[in-house]
Design a protein around this ligand. Structure first.
Ligand code: SF4
Ligand code: FES
Length: 353
């Protein structure tokens, strides 16, 4: 006789790349992998934890399900999109331990790059582009695509944002931002298949307080900040944590400085490259267009200090957090402080201090 009184398990056990964790029901495989962190986490080009409904478009997060659940331990016949696959109790998942995933992911990269121009040397997103990182880590060298890439004219959508559709990978994130953060979305994906493109409906400008967040969620250089375009390479800039009192948004940002100049203002990003939660209320720290586009003086901000960039891409290489002062070598060489060289006033009657 079955035990009707056995307590219902409130958490689910999942094993990803031989690491077992407990998660709450409703957790996806990708979310579980992010809880473990590190290399176990599949890349995600369209899923964005802060945007409802995102995911399931790009297939970069494919994983192998080696056992469906404890009750039905058969492997799933095809690789699954981890951002859209819910954890089942006893599920066994392979990401970096799978021998099928790397080949499949290389195929996805090849598809994403079929029409994407290889213009990283002149693209503003270079250095912080998720597709660049994905191609580097999971792609094959070279291309087998001999046909002409599809091309579009650049389009100004609103006063601050330029759409370079050639680079768009149709992840839909920007349409979710427009839907969920702003009133009256007026852009979206037009047409289908090879003709699909992001565009403003009858060229209506996207102009509302939070439209700039579309730039932050775009994983490639398709949506760029017109106030920053071609101003600098991102790895030459210094990211600084800053905040201001803003009535519209949380006012917590990253300033991308060159010397004293604020070249760009963005929302703060977390380790997954997503907009981080605000320290004020724990909600997503989306920022308004006034903070992003109009506050370009250091004096507009309270600077908190250097921003730690967790991403593995080139922007995290330009760290200056542990900079040390250069050794003062003159005193070492001459064996005393360089009084006569540097400070003649105390022994000279000619010049006053
Ligand atoms: S413009 Fe950027 S965010 Fe929008 S669908 Fe294309 S790649 Fe995604
Ligand atoms: S991140 Fe899962 S399909 Fe795009």
């Amino acid at each position: 006789m079955s035990d009707q009184t056995a307590p219902v398990k409130s958490t689910l056990t999942v094993t990803i790349d031989n690491i077992t964790i407990e998660v709450n029901p409703g957790t996806t495989v990708l979310q579980a992998a992010r809880m473990i962190g590190g290399d176990v986490t599949p890349p995600a080009m369209c899923y964005y934890s802060k945007l409802e409904g995102s995911g399931g478009k790009c297939r970069t997060c494919l994983v192998e399900i080696a056992a469906g659940s404890a009750k039905d331990p058969r492997p799933m016949p095809k690789l699954q999109a981890s951002c859209r696959t819910g954890v089942m109790d006893g599920m066994v998942v392979k990401n970096i331990t799978s021998d099928k995933v790397p080949e499949a992911r290389a195929g996805v990269v090849e598809f994403l790059l079929l029409n994407h121009p290889l213009d990283c040397p002149i693209c503003d997103q270079a250095g912080e582009c998720h597709l660049q990182d994905l191609g580097y880590e999971h792609g094959h060298e070279g291309t087998r695509f001999d046909f002409k890439r599809r091309t579009f004219e650049r389009e100004d959508i609103g006063p601050h944002i330029q759409l370079h559709m050639n680079r768009c990978i149709l992840c839909y994130r920007c349409t979710y931002v427009a839907d969920q953060l702003t009133e009256g979305r007026c852009h979206g994906v037009l047409d289908r298949g090879d003709h699909a493109q992001i565009s403003t409906y009858i060229s209506k400008a996207v102009d509302n307080d939070f439209s700039g967040n579309m730039i932050d969620v775009c994983p490639v250089g398709a949506l760029t900040d017109k106030t920053f375009r071609f101003k600098n390479r991102v790895w030459f800039t210094k990211p600084m944590k800053a905040h201001r009192n803003c009535d519209t948004c949380c006012g917590e940002v990253t300033l991308w400085n060159r010397g004293e100049d604020v070249l760009r203002v963005t929302a703060r990003k977390d380790q997954w490259g997503e907009v981080a939660n605000s320290t004020k209320d724990g909600k997503t720290g989306w920022i308004c267009n006034t903070c992003r586009f109009d506050k370009k003086k250091t004096s507009d901000w309270v600077i908190e200090g250097p921003m730690q960039i967790d991403r593995h891409s080139v922007i995290s290489q330009g760290q200056y957090m542990k900079q040390t002062a250069v050794d003062e070598t003159v005193s070492k060489v001459i064996g005393r402080s360089p009084k006569l060289l540097m400070d003649i006033h105390s022994i000279s009657d000619v010049n006053k201090d």
